[in-house]
Structure formats: structure tokens, C-alpha cells
Design a protein around this ligand. Structure first.
Ligand SMILES: Cc1cc2nc3c(=O)[nH]c(=O)nc-3n(C[C@H](O)[C@H](O)[C@H](O)COP(=O)(O)OP(=O)(O)OC[C@H]3O[C@@H](n4cnc5c(N)ncnc54)[C@H](O)[C@@H]3O)c2cc1C
Length: 613
């Protein structure tokens, strides 16, 4: 095991090459000749940078945090982060999934996703720097003028300039349409921007020569709500016609948030036009700011799902290493044995480890499957592409909410495995638990994901076509698992599909009778049920695959398997899938019962009934 356990490379290989056979993407011209060796080279390089540079940089950044000088508004990023970022850009990872024509490496999104899982596992803070610049580059490519692309694109993608996404304001969080930032037309075609944004990741810092803010604002006179929002490019240093930096724009970081975690990421309160001198340019068409942002939303939300997976994976591996070393108690399997034993010998510790592993591996299968659908939607044709696109739309809120909630759950279990030491800063799980807590909140809170799933992707989808597609894929796995996997697991997942049919029908009936408050009240539980069922689908698929590799049913006495690294990997994976299906997944039926019960306490609990505050 690596001295800095962050990812299980063997499991990444299994999911990419054995379960999903990623090389099949080579049938698309964009990936012609795609081979395992090339993909593995990228994975190994990501692992090397992550373990050699980024892992320590992340620990250091957690200790020292972000520097801020209130007198000048200057923001200082820890040195280790700069070094890691330079290695990341130099190796070309920011452009790994960009096409060759765009100057990228032309790799599938699924491979980019797995490499970025490794970086994120080493440091969640790190990713807030490059990812936003890449998002801006995508917007520029899709909506920018030739002149805007020429000015900004290469500088952002080469890592010389950074980027931000400025949506949130003190009074406009989940409700972006409530924003107050104003844009006033200038005679030269530009705009004067004025307003305050809050929680802006990498809003300022000494990492980049220039920072290109992408700011949502309302042009004076435009309608209220999301329909009246436009998107503006606001550089920290506007450029002169010859490309040189003009005087600094009137954009200032007015403070740094002091957060429970993510100490290596500069989360800034920003003021635009405090002195009336902030200028920006419109990107795309007026009043289409939200539409443009929504084009990127699937990838952004899947990236957050990856954060839950990556931090969960790292937390699990740290807990596993600790459980093998920490001596405590006598051997519960052998009363005659003398002396304390490693805590991994205690069944409850093994239950926690298996639980963590089952969530991590389930998340990995589900998130990679979704990334694979993104590749298919982009490169296939006709109905294959359309189906993949619809499946992505349906799976995104499930992945975002489910993987981030599970990332928190796994990190919490990892602290528990460490006992009191897990609560102490000396052990990395303490930081992981603090860091991962942001993931259910940003990029649309998990409540917003649940409403997106239940309303937009289900009840407002005529004939529930997206749900039908998801259901069809699950049924395909059920039918392919028959005879290969123990029948009780297969029928459990089949029963779950029937239970979901009933829950969806119940929600539909409430929606049609305009009982919307009850629909909103149950949306999160239904989303959680969909996540659990999606992991069950993946575990069934994974269990069938490892059973085939082992050549025998992974049950009973695993004679001779422990000493063979490959067999023990497959057998261990089967145990994690069996644990999920047999011990965790039954909880799903309680969630369905909760949705079907339609308990009205939440709907009836108007604010007056809450006492104490
Ligand atoms: C570290 C960090 C980095 C961030 N980076 C950025 C960034 O780079 N750019 C940016 O623009 N923003 C950023 N954000 C902001 C983040 O996206 C918001 O915090 C998030 O969207 C929630 O908004 P809010 O904090 O105002 O919470 P609120 O919207 O006030 O929500 C509070 C609670 O009410 C619930 N709620 C609100 N409305 C509804 C509803 N309609 N239905 C059901 N429940 C609801 C929420 O789910 C939540 O539980 C960042 C935040 C943090 C903490």
C-alpha cells in the first residue's frame, strides 16, 4: 500500500477496464486506437503528482490556511498548492478531455474523471483552482466571440490566468434569480458592473497573473428572476488592445471566509464596482446567463459527486490502514489467543470497513458509468446518443446528492474506526471529514438536487421517459445477472424496481392532485431511495463480473483466495457487494415505505409549531 493512501488503483482499473470495458470507446473516431496502456499512463502520472506533491501540500494548506491582507485586499495561497498546480498544468491534465483540435489530449471524459478522482482524493481544496478556469473556457468556446476566445482561452487553459464563477450573493443562494448585481450599458458596448458576491472560490490570490471572473448580473431594465440574468466577463486586469494589462479593474476581495474545512481554498467575499469603476463584457446573448450556465451544470455536478467519492475513498483507505495497525482487545474468534489484536479482527470494525468499501466502490461504479454516458452522448449518433444524454440528465442529481451524502457518511465512519485519534488533527481523517462537508452544499444543495430529480426529471417529464430509461437499464442488468449471481440478490433488486414504480406513481398522484407540498416534503427521501437503488444496480453488475473472474460463487469458505492478490481482490470486492446488497440495501425498503406513507407532519408543521427559537 502507498504510504499516502488516497485511491485504490486496482479498483479504478477494475471499473474502467474490466467492468465497463472502456476501450470500447475506441469505436468512436475521436478515440480511435484508445488503449489501456495509454489510459494507465495518465492514471499513474495523476497518482504520482498526487502522492508526491499534492498530498503533503493539502495537509500543509489545512494548517496554514489562506493569507489575507485587509489593507490591500491581497490573498495569499499556500506555497505547496502553487507547486502542485504547476505540476498539474505542466502535465496537461486541465486539457486531458479537450479534443486535439482544442489543444487537448483527446482522452475520454471517463478517463479524465478517473484521473481527477485521484487529484481530488489528495486534495479537495486544490480542485477549486483549475476546475473553474476550465469551466470558463468551455463557456468561452461555446458562446464567446472570436475576439473573446483569442483574448482569454489560451491564457486560461495554459494556467497563466485563473477563473471564477460568481453566482452567489448574500441574498441569492439557492435562489440565484434573486441576485441584485447590476450591469449598466456603456457607450463603447461594454458594461459597468456593480454588486457584491459571496463565497466565491479562488476569487483572488497570487496563483495567477490575472483572474477572469464570470459574473451573473442583471442589465438595468431587464426582468426579475432567472429570465433577466446575463453573464459577464470581468477580468481582474482588463486588457488593452495590444493584449497588455491595463490598470486594475474595480474588483476587490473584501474578506476571506473562515470555514470548518477546505482551508486550502480561497473562499472570497467580492465587491464589484465599489468605486464605480468595474467594467465587464457581455458573454453570449443578453438574458441568457442562466441558460449558458445550465449547459455546464451536468459536468459541474458530476465533478462534485466525484468529490464525495474521492474523499470517501481516501477516508476508507486511511481507516483500513489504521485498523490493521491499531491493537486493542482480545481476539473475538479465539478466546485462547494471548495479547491485543489489530482492531480489524473485531466484527464491528470489519462491518464499518465493509460498509465504507461498499459505498466507495458503489459510488465509483455509478459515477464512472455516468461519465461513460457523457462520452457516449457526445460521440455516438442517433438514438444511442439521445438515450445516453437522457440517462445523464436523470443520473446527475442522483450522483451529486447520493455521492456527496455518502462521502460524508464514509468520512464519518473513518473517524469512528480511529476512535479518539480520529477526532484529533494528527490523523488525516479529521481533515477529510471537515473538508467533505461542503459537498452536499455547493453546486446546488442536495435539497435542490432532490427537487430537480423529482420535479424536472420525473414528474414534469412527459410519460416519465427518463425514469423508464433508467428502469430499463436496471432490468437489463437484472436479467443478465440471472444464473450468475445468487438469486436472492437478483430478486432483491427486482423487488426494488417494483417498489420504486409504486413510489413514483404515488408522487405522480400527489402532483396531479396539486398536493405539491407533500411532493416537496418527500423529494429528498425519494432521491435517497433512487441513489440506494442505483448502487444496488451497480453492485449486482459488479458482483456478476467478479463471480465470473473467480470462476466460483464468492460465498462460503474462500479457501486459498487470501494468498493470491488477484483472487483476494475479486473476493473482497464480492464481499463488499454482498454486504451492500444483503445488509445495507434492505434499508431502501424503509425509505420507500416512508414515501408511500405520505406522513403529513412536515406539511402541517408551519413555523409557529417550532418552539425554542
Ligand atoms: C466553500 C464554499 C465555496 C463556494 N464557492 C462558490 C463559487 O465559487 N461561486 C458561487 O457562486 N457560489 C459558491 N458557493 C455558494 C454555494 O453554492 C451556496 O452556498 C449554495 O448554493 C447554497 O446557498 P446558500 O448558502 O445561500 O444557502 P440557502 O440557499 O440560504 O439555503 C439554506 C438551506 O435552505 C435550503 N433551501 C433553500 N431554498 C430551498 C428550496 N427552494 N427548497 C428546498 N430547500 C431550500 C437549502 O437546501 C439549505 O439547506 C460556495 C459556498 C461555499 C460554502
Amino acid at each position: 500500500m502507498a504510504s499516502n493512501p488516497i485511491v485504490d488503483m486496482r479498483d479504478i482499473q477494475f471499473v474502467l477496464f474490466e467492468l465497463f470495458d472502456i476501450e470500447r470507446l475506441g469505436r468512436f473516431p475521436a478515440f480511435a486506437g484508445l488503449g489501456r496502456a495509454e489510459c494507465e499512463e495518465s492514471l499513474r502520472l495523476a497518482e504520482r503528482i498526487s502522492t508526491d506533491i499534492l498530498y503533503d501540500a493539502n495537509r500543509e494548506a489545512d494548517r496554514v490556511g489562506i493569507g489575507y491582507d485587509p489593507a490591500t485586499g491581497e490573498v495569499h495561497i499556500p506555497a505547496g498548492m502553487k507547486k502542485a498546480l504547476a505540476a498539474y498544468y505542466d502535465a496537461g491534465f486541465l486539457r486531458i478531455a479537450d479534443s486535439h483540435d482544442e489543444g487537448g489530449m483527446g482522452m475520454p471524459e471517463t478517463i479524465a474523471f478517473s484521473c481527477n478522482e485521484i487529484f481530488t482524493a489528495a486534495s479537495l481544496s486544490f480542485f477549486t483552482y483549475p476546475i473553474l478556469g476550465h469551466g470558463n473556457a468551455t463557456l468561452l468556446r461555446n458562446f464567446g466571440t472570436d475576439e473573446q476566445r483569442a483574448l482569454y482561452l489560451e491564457n486560461i487553459l495554459s494556467g497563466h490566468w485563473g477563473g471564477t464563477m460568481c453566482l452567489t450573493e448574500p441574498g441569492a443562494g439557492s435562489d440565484v434569480g434573486a441576485l441584485l448585481t447590476k450591469a449598466t450599458r456603456l457607450p463603447d458596448g461594454g458594461f459597468r458592473i456593480s454588486g457584491r458576491k459571496t463565497f466565491i472560490s479562488s476569487g483572488d490570490g497570487d496563483l495567477y497573473e490575472n483572474i477572469i471572473h464570470f459574473v451573473l448580473a442583471r442589465i438595468e431594465g431587464d426582468p426579475a428572476g432567472t429570465k433577466g440574468i446575463s453573464l459577464f466577463i470581468v477580468p481582474k486586469y482588463p486588457l488593452r488592445a495590444d493584449g497588455s494589462f491595463g490598470p486594475r479593474n474595480d474588483v476587490l476581495c473584501t474578506g476571506i471566509e473562515h470555514k470548518m474545512g477546505l482551508h486550502g481554498s480561497a473562499t472570497c467575499a467580492m465587491s464589484f464596482g465599489e468605486n464605480g469603476g468595474c467594467v465587464g463584457q457581455l458573454l453570449g446573448n443578453e438574458r441568457e446567463g442562466m441558460r449558458m450556465m445550465f449547459q455546464m451544470i451536468n459536468e459541474a455536478r458530476l465533478a462534485v459527486a466525484r468529490q464525495g467519492l474521492a474523499v470517501g475513498s481516501s477516508a476508507y483507505l486511511h481507516a483500513l490502514a489504521y485498523a490493521r495497525e491499531r491493537l486493542q482487545g482480545s481476539d473475538p474468534a479465539d478466546a485462547s489467543a494471548k495479547g491485543p489484536v489489530p482492531i480489524i479482527r473485531h466484527p464491528d470494525v470489519r462491518r464499518m470497513l465493509l460498509r465504507m468499501r461498499s459505498y466507495v466502490e458503489g459510488m465509483r461504479m455509478l459515477a464512472y458509468y455516468t461519465a461513460l454516458q457523457i462520452d457516449t452522448a457526445r460521440h455516438a449518433a442517433g438514438s444511442e446518443a439521445a438515450e445516453a444524454g437522457a440517462l445523464v440528465d436523470f443520473l446527475i442529481p442522483i450522483c451529486k446528492a447520493g455521492c456527496t451524502d455518502s462521502g460524508v457518511l464514509v468520512a464519518s465512519e473513518a473517524v469512528q474506526v480511529h476512535g479518539g485519534y480520529g477526532f484529533c488533527a494528527d490523523y488525516p481523517v479529521e481533515q477529510l471529514y471537515r473538508d467533505v462537508r461542503i459537498t452536499p452544499i455547493w453546486e446546488g444543495t442536495n435539497a435542490i438536487q432532490s427537487l430537480d430529480l423529482v420535479m424536472r426529471k420525473m414528474l414534469l417529464d412527459p410519460g416519465q421517459k427518463m425514469y423508464g430509461l433508467w428502469r430499463e437499464r436496471v432490468m437489463r442488468t437484472i436479467s443478465e445477472s440471472g444464473g450468475r449471481v445468487d438469486g436472492r440478490y437478483v430478486s432483491l433488486v427486482e423487488r426494488a424496481v417494483g417498489a420504486l414504480d409504486a413510489a413514483v406513481a404515488a408522487m405522480k398522484a400527489r402532483y396531479e392532485s396539486r398536493d405539491l407540498l407533500q411532493v416537496y416534503a418527500d423529494a429528498t427521501v425519494l432521491q435517497q431511495a433512487f441513489f440506494m437503488a442505483s448502487l444496488a444496480w451497480m453492485h449486482l453488475w459488479g458482483l456478476a463480473a467478479v463471480t465470473e473472474k473467480l470462476g466460483v460463487k464468492p460465498e462460503g469458505e474462500p479457501a486459498g483466495m487470501e494468498d493470491d492478490a488477484e483472487k483476494s481482490f475479486y473476493y473482497g470486492r464480492a464481499l463488499a457487494s454482498r454486504h451492500y446488497l444483503g445488509a445495507e440495501f434492505p434499508l431502501f425498503f424503509g425509505q420507500i415505505e416512508s414515501v408511500l406513507a405520505g406522513e403529513r407532519a412536515v406539511v402541517e408543521s408551519t413555523p409557529a409549531f417550532f418552539s425554542g427559537a
